[in-house]
Ligand binder design. Structure first.
Ligand code: 5GP
Length: 113
């Protein structure tokens, strides 16, 4: 898979406002926030999207989901938040590196567009 802008963030080749990092993942503020708080949580390993996950990624996928709430707590989203993982063209994915959007800081409407 082609290297993305997110790989450059992981490698510190371009700056990002990082809020959390461990051996497996990193979270940083979205450059075009769609809510008062909008953070992207991504694996450091390059995986294109949810559709590219396999059984061998089970631990990493679980790690990401568990870290969502830890990151949300760091962001003071105690009254709630939404997670989104756009997948593929119809899903609205624009960066081909798996990422979980964490959105909050206001009451979010449903359904999304
Ligand atoms: P997608 O549309 O693939 O679900 O989400 C990609 C997200 O990455 C978008 O919300 C977009 O604003 C964000 N994004 C794209 N380029 C950059 C960048 O260079 N830095 C940061 N922090 N976010 C980016």
């Amino acid at each position: 898979m082609a290297e993305t802008i997110f790989k450059k963030i992981i490698d510190r080749e371009i700056p990002a406002d990082i809020v959390y990092e461990d051996d497996l993942c990193i979270a940083f503020h979205d450059v075009q926030p769609q809510a008062p708080v909008h953070v992207l949580l991504i694996p450091k390993r390059e995986i294109e999207n949810v559709a590219a996950l396999t059984e061998s990624d089970r631990d990493l996928a679980g790690h990401l989901l568990v870290k969502v709430h830890e990151v949300a707590k760091l962001l003071n989203l105690e009254s709630g938040y939404r997670i989104v993982a756009n997948c593929g063209r119809d899903g609205g994915q624009s960066v081909d590196h798996l990422h979980i959007h964490i959105l909050g800081g206001r009451s979010l409407t449903w359904p999304p567009g």
